[in-house]
Design a protein around this ligand. Structure first.
Ligand SMILES: [Zn+2]
Length: 327
């Protein structure tokens, strides 16, 4: 895959291509931005462009033996380091340092890609510092992290930072539709994906249908009854891996209820195909009620990471939603 096939990062890609073409590549790059927006793919493509045998200026052919080896992760001069367990460890960095001091075996540049560089232990970062301070000539380091502040300042300050922006929702939705998603699903996934095509694709694999059912129940809790609240909580809690997805989807539904209340433009809805149902529900409720529902879900979602046991906060959320709808 050459630079032109990297999706939705035209500015970054043309910058990187130009720097490679003019031979002004710094010895250490830091790719920042959310997961799933093309940081790793770009790093691998840089490694290809630097070692490709086809002689394309500032890009790679993706067909020569060097490009093939890099794609398969077996090129002796291109190394991808990922966390072993939860962290990138000092031993991994020590191996890198030794390897970086050697000349390339068969390529033109040695490239080390450190994925999730923010997981480096402090020791590991200190071990890397020397290589960053006195980089061996033919070595390029590419660190990948969500933001520069996730690394120790001496590490971040020795890298040239390249920022990868989150992708616009419309771009993600269009891509998902190209990949066979129907329009509504594509828009829903895109709105939940926070600018990351990778996350949208992950979400697509997960149990969207079940989440729809749960939302239906949450929005139709009977006044005064507590048993359905407990049952619903139980169902949501049981699927731990989709808990935050469910809350985000529910939040998008509450947002749509407000949109539906104040405008007739269905194009602004995430759940376009459910425009009629949204209209019906939003008509029963005041804007103040809808706003309170939205905040209730938002608070629970924001608090999710802080609670060891989400059951209680979910129960409270469902009870509030129930009471808000009948107030
Ligand atoms: Zn090539």
């Amino acid at each position: 895959m050459g630079f032109s096939e990297i999706f939705g990062q035209r500015q970054v890609i043309s910058l990187v291509g130009r720097v490679i073409e003019t031979g002004r590549l710094p010895h250490a790059l830091l790719f920042t931005g959310p997961k799933g927006v093309g940081r790793s793919l770009t790093a691998v493509t840089v490694a290809k462009a630097l070692n490709c045998l086809a002689g394309i200026k500032g890009d790679c052919c993706d067909r020569c033996p060097a490009c093939h080896k890099i794609a398969k992760g077996i090129h002796p001069d291109v190394h991808l380091l990922a966390p072993e367990g939860a962290t990138l460890k000092i031993d991994q960095i020590r191996t890198l340092t030794q390897e970086a001091a050697l000349r390339p075996y068969e390529g033109r540049r040695k490239v080390f890609i450190l994925d999730e560089a923010e997981t480096m232990t402090e020791q590991a970062q200190n071990a890397l510092l020397k290589t960053l301070e006195e980089p061996p000539g033919a070595t390029l380091l590419i660190l990948i992290a969500p933001e520069a502040s996730a690394l120790l300042p001496p590490i971040a300050s020795r890298c040239s930072q390249i920022r990868f922006a989150p992708l616009p929702e419309s771009t993600i939705a269009a891509r998902l539709q190209e990949q066979g998603c129907d329009e509504e699903e594509a828009h829903l996934l895109a709105s939940l994906a926070a600018g990351s095509l990778g996350r949208a694709q992950e979400l697509r694999q997960s149990a969207l249908q079940e989440i729809w059912d749960l939302i239906d129940q949450a929005i139709a809790l009977s006044p005064g009854k507590t048993l359905p609240v407990l049952e619903l909580t139980e169902r949501v809690v049981r699927r731990k891996e989709t808990l935050s997805l469910f809350l985000e989807a529910l939040l998008a539904w509450c947002r749509d209820l407000m949109v539906s209340k104040v405008t007739r433009h269905e194009a602004r809805l995430v759940y376009r195909r459910h425009g009629a149902a949204l209209k019906r529900q939003s008509e029963r409720l005041t804007l103040a009620q809808l706003l309170a529902m939205y905040h209730t879900v938002k608070q629970t979602l924001d608090g999710l990471g802080r609670y060891a046991n989400p059951r209680l906060s979910l129960e409270i959320m469902f009870l509030k939603l129930r009471d808000l709808q009948t107030a």
